[in-house]
Write a protein that binds this ligand. Structure first.
Ligand SMILES: [Zn+2]
Length: 320
């Protein structure tokens, strides 16, 4: 029997998912749209089962977590304050020879010279930032004052509503707010099926605690995540728990572990093959309730890209 290459294997998975009614390409009869997927009759059941189970375990069966469901569009000020408008970017390089547009970290270096990984050309532009948020306009006029973005993560609604949730839920620290919802990223090179798509769904818990409890709770949530993955049938030996070294963490992070699901050779270049969750202990002194706290969370995009990831549109991120 011949051995399949990685791309042949991926093709087989994509076509199996289509034939069995799990996942179809979005707008396929009109030629499709890259990086977007529709879930078919079986796919939607699988996804719903997973979401329902996550919600049951994370919210209904716990006394210290409540849920919420935030809007996808938010005031632009949120994305300014969170740092997304300025820093949620990927540096991009264009190859003048073959016109390929590449993330700067995909450029290969041979004998000290930078080369296009597609054609081998050396005529490359300087890196330029490209914001990954989808821009849109609210209301009838399309000008600067009406700009906002499709949310690139679900966390911001949780932070922005922290005070309201605290007031009505009678919770005391430590407690968490969970949310499941769509997020959007205008990936330059969506690829590898649902592993890097432009629209996806996140399952997210923000767990708020006093700073001195952070690292202990980080350990606790890491174990909880591993238990969860065991319960949905992922063998422990397929999970790889990584403690991210100090120098690779974002500045707001006091500790970060990520338990990755090992998928075979899906996306070696960016580790996007690996399923989250990431468990981050953020250095927020008080519970994030106001804008100045949110702005502390200005993120380090590189660390985010490397350590968060998706699979089957689902990320479970536990942020402490
Ligand atoms: Zn090229």
């Amino acid at each position: 029997m011949s051995v399949l290459s990685d791309s042949q294997r991926m093709e087989k998975i994509v076509s199996l998912c289509k034939r069995r009614g799990f996942i179809f390409q979005s707008s396929e009869i009109y030629g499709g749209l890259n990086g977007l997927w529709d879930y078919g009759p079986l796919g939607v059941e699988l996804k719903r089962n997973l979401k329902n189970y996550w919600w049951r375990v994370m919210v209904h069966e716990r006394d210290d977590v409540v849920g919420m469901d935030g809007s996808i569009l938010m005031n632009r000020a949120v994305w300014k304050a969170s740092g997304h408008e300025d820093t949620f970017t990927d540096p991009m390089v264009d190859c003048r020879s073959c016109k390929a547009r590449l993330r700067a970290d995909q450029i290969v270096e041979k004998k000290g010279a930078k080369q296009c990984p597609v054609c081998g050309g050396k005529d490359l532009t300087e890196p330029r930032s490209f914001n990954l948020m989808f821009k849109t306009y609210v209301g009838a006029t399309e000008d600067e004052s009406s700009v906002t973005y499709l949310r690139p993560e679900t966390a911001q609604a949780i932070f922005a509503q922290f005070k309201n949730v605290l007031d009505v839920s009678r919770k005391k620290l430590p407690f968490g707010i969970a949310q499941i919802g769509k997020a959007f990223r205008n990936e330059i090179n969506p690829r590898n099926f649902t592993f890097r798509s432009r629209e996806f769904e996140q399952m997210e818990l923000e767990y708020f605690c006093r700073a001195e409890e952070g690292i202990k709770l980080l350990e606790y949530w890491k174990e909880e995540r591993l238990k969860f993955y065991g319960n949905i049938g992922i063998a422990r030996d397929k999970l790889h728990v990584l403690t991210v070294p100090d120098e690779e963490r974002a500045f707001y992070s006091k500790g970060l572990t990520t338990s990755n699901m090992i998928f075979r050779s899906v996306d070696r270049s960016s580790k996007a093959s690996l399923i989250g969750p990431t468990t981050i202990c953020r250095s927020i002194k008080r519970p994030a309730a106001n804008r100045s706290n949110i702005s502390m969370r200005k993120r380090n995009r590189n660390s985010f890209r490397t350590w968060s990831s998706r699979a089957l549109e689902s990320i479970a991120r536990c942020w402490l």
